[in-house]
Design a binder for this molecule. Sequence first.
Ligand code: GLN
Length: 471
Amino acid sequence: MTPSALELRASIAGGFITATEACDSVLERIETAGPRLNAFITVSGERARARAAELDRAGAAGLRLAGVPIAVKDNICTRGVRTTAGSRILEHHVPLYDATVIERLEAAGALVVAKTNCDEFAMGSSSEHSAFGAVRNPWDVERTAGGSSGGSAVAVAARLTPLALGSETGGSVRQPAALCGIVGMKPTYGRVPRYGLIAFASSLDQVGAFGTTVADVATCLAVIAGHDPRDATSGVMPVDDYVAATRENARGLRVGVPRALVNDGVDAGVRRAFDEAIDVLRDAGAEIGEVTLPHSRYATATYAIVVMAEASSNLGRFDGVRYGSRAPGVETLFEMYSRTRALFGHEVKRRIMLGTYVLSAGYYEAYYLKAQKVRMLIRQDFERAFGDVDVIATPTSPTTAFKLGEKLDDPVQMYLADVFTVSANLAGIPAISVPCGFADGLPVGLQLTGRAWEERTLFRAAAAYERLTPW
Ligand code: GLN
């Protein structure tokens, strides 16, 4: 069995293996298994080896992630290591600085071994919208890994790295975690600093983490969470002891199920696995109740408008002047803009155009403003529900991993893959996906959503569930 991040850390801190040995073995696996799954865009072996050597020299016993290799989604900036966001337009972009999360991970002893493949600018639910080709699901290489952080999910699911970072705007950590059979968490909006995360939709974006166990993800979040003066949206709330929370039981925990939502449009096999998971939580001592989230059926539409509006604004910076590539051989300014921006892929262009439309004079009130109002109602639904329960449980995704190409020509079907995940982003609250069995041989995820800043409750519930199941 491949060790968890915490087991590996213990072996290194205890002197049983060196950080360099851990690093080399992971790099070797990335080289042999990586290409078939197309999970990585850039391998940062040199950087990882240098950090490992440093740890072996200076001693790493006190560090929370001593010698633990981690893969990082390629929309998170790494100094001196190419960071593409899965886009042609940033194909040769080498950042001059590290994201805060990278600084914190390395300070805690983690080794950044590779940058992972993802949907271009994190726009997608299948990791097919990447300029570097589609990521493949290790459970069935003809299927998608989910997205947009598909490469990160695959790195962990295929046991190539024990941990990975992803980013979330509408489910991009939880959904691929579910489709690949691992744990994935999206923290509260503002919990983790975004300095160095390439912006997609700024009122939603958050960094999240993948692991094979709840405790590994809790450890990773504990390392990267907390205020950073370089990100004005990062919160000043104290960071709880997430790892301690994973040792608590679920007795008395109130879990709410939005039955109407779950019964609608969920594959039979996914629903079966979900219902069994609820029974397990009940056996663990949780009190199961029902909640209603009446506005959640508008979540996907609301999300689409907000996300496209913000994307169209954020992506204005890729103009051939300040970052990344500029189309060669252009003669006029207009030509430079238009030919450079033609480097964007299809999905990114679609979102920029739709986003520009919903923000344009005459349509702003009808679309953007209205979406903001519905967003508030969705948020209030959660606040009301969390008066009665501590955690809300749903499937993470309505289906298991779909076939590559299956939804590629039908953007609406692709957006509907996110029905259960986008509301947590709109409401700014934390949510976690844990493996809850299989349907037709493919993994299913259980999603637990909690109150803002109460990640610890999610870790407690998810770990209590994990202890009682073999997944
Ligand atoms: N799949 C969603 C989208 O396409 C979410 C993406 C994300 O969370 N980055 O926008």
